[in-house]
Design a protein. Structure first.
Length: 134
């Protein structure tokens, strides 16, 4: 086990005001990998602005302005997060939900050598280079 010590002891983070929290399982459990770019952006924004119950009530136009996305991108990201069971939305208020047992939908992870040879650009490149002898 690696022993860790803070790099800047005078700058250790503390929760003193509002609350933002993302479980480590979000990354390790494949949830992060299952999201598209704007879904990640919206999810992180909602985590940052929500209270301890996961509730927030930013309007779509304010969210779009802050995130620099258009309304269609916002709607697609919001609906994707709802379908993936990560947020709830009642038309005016959001709730960031506890993580479901498993990511909903295909996380698009490359797990086998065959997956890598079909879906990883670096692996595909290496196979082609090896095949033509360069």
């Amino acid at each position: 086990m690696i022993e860790k010590a803070p790099l800047c002891r005078d700058r250790i983070r503390k929760i003193t005001g509002s609350f933002a929290f993302i479980e480590h399982r979000f990354l390790r459990g494949g949830y992060f990998a299952s999201l598209h770019r704007n879904e990640v952006l919206l999810y992180l924004f909602l985590v940052l602005v929500s209270d301890h119950n996961g509730l927030s009530y930013y309007s779509y136009d304010r969210i779009c302005t802050i995130l620099g996305i258009c309304t269609d991108e916002y709607i697609e990201a919001r609906n994707g997060l709802i379908q993936k069971d990560l947020i709830a939305f009642d038309g005016r208020m959001f709730q960031v939900l506890s993580l479901p047992d498993e990511p909903v939908g295909d996380p698009g992870l490359l797990k086998t050598e065959e997956d890598m040879s079909r879906g990883d650009p670096a692996t595909v490149h290496q196979i082609v280079v090896n095949a033509i002898g360069r």
